[in-house]
Design a protein around this ligand. Structure first.
Ligand SMILES: [Zn+2]
Length: 81
C-alpha cells in the first residue's frame, strides 16, 4: 500500500516536471520569433515616392507601383502624371 502511494507521488512529480519543461521550451520558441518580427519591421523601410520620407512598409500606402507615406501623397503624385 505504502509503496503504491509513493509510486503515485513520483509519477505526479515526473509528469509535472515534463509539462513544465515542455512549456519552457515553447516559450523559448515564441520569443525569438517575436524578436525576428520586430527586426523585419525596421528592415522593411520604404521611401515615399512623393516626399521621400522613410516609413515602415506595413504602414505605407502602395499605389501605382510606388510607396507613399499617406493617401494624400498618393493622390497628389497621381495628379502630377
Ligand atoms: Zn509622403
Amino acid at each position: 500500500m505504502g509503496l503504491r502511494f509513493l509510486f503515485l507521488i513520483i509519477s505526479i512529480i515526473a509528469i509535472w516536471l515534463i509539462v513544465r519543461h515542455q512549456f519552457a521550451k515553447r516559450q523559448q520558441k515564441i520569443n525569438p520569433k517575436n524578436y525576428k518580427d520586430n527586426t523585419d519591421l525596421f528592415d522593411n523601410m520604404v521611401e515615399c515616392h512623393y516626399c521621400s520620407v522613410h516609413i515602415p512598409r506595413k504602414e505605407a500606402f502602395f499605389q501605382n507601383e510606388h510607396y507613399y507615406c499617406s493617401l494624400e501623397h498618393a493622390d497628389n503624385d497621381k495628379s502630377d502624371l
